[in-house]
Design a protein around this ligand. Structure first.
Ligand code: FE
Length: 362
């Protein structure tokens, strides 16, 4: 890949190693379904925060360790799929030990909010650090990172001058050349929701019908699989999140390096609304027994130290504007991001799912 030199990868990796040394205390990882004393009193004196997270990145452990080191508050991590965690908090009800729900994609945060399992909080640190379009206006959830969903192309088959927008991938010249994961994937649902917000329903339906007609294969696999499919010639273009590219670029596996050498990244819609940006984020659970600790935890996650750990650990874009992405991701290039309020992607999610179904997007 032309914009990534080996030396830049080495610099980024050594920066992570330094971060790891600074935050090396162990993270407690245990289930805490028996902390009903705290729930009963409504206000715990325990120095813990019970974190329900669907983020499955090992690098997040470094963040929790850094928080514990700084505050003395232990992080009890309960991991699961987003739907399972939302259901669990709902069914635990008043006795739920959940303090914080952390998940990827604003669509999931919106579903949690709709399910009534989050509560509004007051935090000047959060509202100051996070731009308005990346947090709920009722303060029930907040973005912690940003992810750009972009076009990946095979430079042997596609000249970047042929690329322009997401919408243009519906044109007949892309017939049999497009890879993208299934319509059950919330990243795609949010992308379609963003287009509904920009273009309206009719134009969005026509767009996705065109894209579906251009599929190189039935949707299969995650974003990494789409990038691999471009590299191996199954398709010429794909849509994927940039952190999957960053992960491959920083991998020492020769197979991953081979993939990286056969693809390039294109930021679409630079002359129009900007590239689609989604978030990963969190909110305080509605019956949080350790509410103060939960707020302290969220506030920690938007400090420059934590934002840097997010950026280096999972190659995401920091939500706090003063913190920069890691060098590998920065080398993908500057780009114009959509400034839509991401809250709309949640609100328009049911409509997006309906249109994708109508368009025959499997
Ligand atoms: Fe992902």
């Amino acid at each position: 890949m032309k914009f990534c030199s080996r030396s830049s990868v080495a610099v980024a990796l050594s920066a992570i190693a330094m971060g790891a040394i600074a935050a090396c205390s162990p993270t407690t990882s245990q289930d805490t379904t028996n902390s009903t004393d705290a729930a009963d009193s409504g206000d715990s004196t325990e120095a813990v925060v019970n974190l329900y997270s669907s983020r499955h990145y090992d690098s997040d452990d470094e963040l929790y360790a850094a928080f514990t080191e700084e505050t003395g508050i232990e992080v009890n991590l309960i991991e699961g799929k987003e739907e399972e965690l939302i259901e669990r908090i709902k069914s635990e009800g008043d006795n739920s030990p959940a303090d914080v729900l952390m998940t990827v994609d604003v669509g999931n945060l919106w579903r949690a909010q709709e399910a009534g399992i989050l509560q509004p909080i007051e935090s000047e640190a959060l509202t100051t650090a996070i731009p308005t379009n990346f947090r709920d206006d009722a303060n029930e959830w907040f973005a912690l990172t940003k992810r750009a969903r972009v076009i990946i192309y095979n430079p042997d088959e596609v000249d970047p001058s042929e690329l322009s927008t997401y919408e243009a991938l519906a044109a007949p010249e892309w017939a049999g050349r497009v890879c993208i994961r299934s319509s059950s994937n919330i990243y795609n649902q949010s992308l379609v929701a963003a287009k509904i917000a920009e273009l309206g329903e009719d134009k969005t339906l026509a767009w996705i019908e065109g894209v579906v007609a251009n599929f190189a294969r039935e949707p299969e696999g995650n974003d990494t699989a789409q990038i691999q499919a471009v590299a191996s010639g199954v398709c010429d273009v794909a849509i994927a999140n940039t952190y999957y590219v960053g992960r491959l670029m920083r991998s020492e596996d020769p197979a991953d390096q081979d993939v990286v050498s056969n693809i390039a990244v294109f930021f679409p819609n630079q002359e129009s609304g900007g590239a689609h940006v989604n978030i990963s984020g969190a909110g305080v659970a509605v019956n949080a027994p350790n509410k103060e600790n939960a707020i302290a935890f969220l506030e920690f996650l938007v400090t420059p130290e934590a934002q840097q750990l997010f950026a280096d650990g999972n190659n995401e874009y920091p939500v706090v504007e003063s913190v920069t992405a890691n060098e590998v991701v920065r080398n993908l290039g500057d780009f114009k991001a959509s400034d839509l309020n991401v809250e709309q992607y949640g609100e328009l999610n049911p409509k997006a799912v309906q249109l994708m179904d109508k368009a025959g997007w499997k």
